[in-house]
Design a protein around this ligand. Structure first.
Ligand code: SF4
Length: 323
C-alpha cells in the first residue's frame, strides 16, 4: 500500500496524515465525526467505513485529530483509555491486513526498527522494553538476546507497534482553550459516558454512606481514576459493611484503569488480611475527608439517626472536616 490518503486513513497519527490535511480547517462536520469516533471507542467498535470520495477520507482523517483535541480538553482518563485501546486494536487489524512494507512504515513512526537475523527479527533492547507488554511471554528471561538486541517474530513486531500506538494515544496533550465546537462536543460526550447508577450507585441514596464515601463514589461515577489510598479505603469500608467482593469489583470496574484480575486479587487480599477501616483522623490525612461528622470512624455513620445525617450533609461537604 502506498503512503497516500489510504495510508493516512488507516494510520492517522502518521506524518503523512498531517500533509494530507494541509490547508483544512476544523468544521462542525469533522467534530461530529470525531464524536462518532469516540462513541465507537466506548462501544469497542473498531469497524472501518466505506469512503468513496477523497473529501470524505480527509474528513475522517481530520476526525482523529479532532478527537484528540476533545480528549485533550476533557482530560477524562476513562474516555482517553477507551480511545487508546480501541484505536490500537483497530490499527492492529490494519497491520494484519497490510504488507510488510506498510508495517515497517508504521513501525518507523515509533522508532521500532527491526533487523533480519536469519529467519528471525531483532529489535533494540530499549525499544523492546518500552513497547513490550506485561505478558510473561515478553519477559526478558523468556527471550533470546543477540548482540544486545532482542529476538522477536513478525507477529510480535506488530504487537509492539500496537502497544506503541496505545501509549501514544494515552498521552494526549492538554488543550486549554479549544474552539467552542470542541467544548460543545466534549459536553455531549460526557453526557454519553456510562453511568455508575446501573452498577453500584443504582441502589445508593444520599445519606446511605458518609460524605467522604459518597464523594468517592461520585468520582467513580465520573470515571475519574482514584489514588491508591482511596481505593484501599473504599475496599475496606465496603467489606466492613458486608458488601460482597463481586459487588466491590463491579464498583471498581468504573475506573478507567480497571483490571479485573488485579482488582479481584487485591480485594481478596484485603479481606483475607482483615484490614481495618481507617479512622476519620486517618482518612483526613489521606486528604479524603470532606465534612465535619465528629464520629471518629466512618463506620459510625450507620448508627447515626437520619436527622443527624441530614444536619451533617446540610452543613455541606465542602472542606476537610475534623474527626
Ligand atoms: S469526618 Fe469521617 S466520616 Fe465524615 S467525611 Fe470525614 S472521614 Fe468521612
Amino acid at each position: 500500500m502506498a503512503e497516500g490518503l489510504e495510508f493516512a486513513l488507516r494510520y492517522p497519527f502518521c506524518e503523512s496524515a498531517k500533509s494530507a490535511l494541509a490547508g483544512m480547517d476544523l468544521s462542525e462536520r469533522i467534530v461530529d465525526l470525531a464524536v462518532e469516533r469516540l462513541l465507537k471507542a466506548l462501544k469497542g467498535d473498531k469497524s472501518a467505513k466505506m469512503l468513496l470520495h477523497d473529501s470524505d477520507r480527509k474528513e475522517e482523517i481530520a476526525s482523529f485529530a479532532a478527537a484528540r483535541m476533545i480528549l485533550g480538553h476533557l482530560r477524562n482518563s476513562y474516555l482517553t483509555n477507551a480511545f487508546a485501546v480501541n484505536e490500537s486494536k483497530r490499527v492492529r487489524d490494519c497491520l494484519d491486513k497490510d504488507d510488510e512494507r506498510t508495517v515497517d512504515a508504521v513501525a518507523a513512526q515509533f522508532g521500532i526498527a527491526t533487523a533480519n537475523e536469519g529467519r528471525k527479527l531483532t529489535v533494540a533492547l530499549p525499544t523492546y522494553l518500552r513497547y513490550s507488554t506485561r505478558n510473561p511471554h515478553y519477559r526478558l528471561i523468556n527471550r533470546r538476546l543477540v548482540r544486545g538486541r532482542v529476538e522477536i517474530n513478525y507477529e510480535e513486531k506488530k504487537r509492539l507497534i500496537e502497544e506503541a500506538v496505545k501509549k501514544h494515544m494515552e498521552s494526549v496533550p492538554l488543550v486549554k482553550d479549544p474552539p467552542d465546537m470542541i467544548k460543545a462536543a466534549g459536553a455531549r460526550l460526557v453526557a454519553e459516558l456510562p453511568k455508575t447508577e446501573s452498577r453500584v450507585l443504582g441502589t445508593v441514596k444520599a445519606g446511605d454512606h458518609p460524605p467522604c464515601v459518597m464523594r468517592l463514589l461520585d468520582e467513580m461515577n465520573k470515571h475519574t481514576n482514584l489514588p491508591h489510598q482511596a481505593r484501599l479505603y473504599l475496599a475496606t469500608y465496603f467489606l466492613a459493611i458486608g458488601t460482597s467482593e463481586d459487588e466491590i469489583n463491579r464498583m471498581f470496574s468504573m475506573l478507567p484503569d480497571y483490571s479485573e484480575k488485579i482488582t479481584r486479587y487485591q480485594v481478596g487480599h484485603i479481606r483475607k488480611k482483615g484490614y481495618n477501616v481507617a479512622s476519620c483522623a486517618t482518612v483526613m490525612t489521606y486528604g479524603l475527608c470532606c465534612a465535619v461528622c465528629r464520629i471518629g470512624s466512618p463506620l459510625n455513620w450507620h448508627s447515626l439517626d437520619d436527622s443527624r445525617k441530614n444536619a451533617i450533609r446540610e452543613r455541606g461537604a465542602g472542606g476537610g472536616g475534623a474527626p
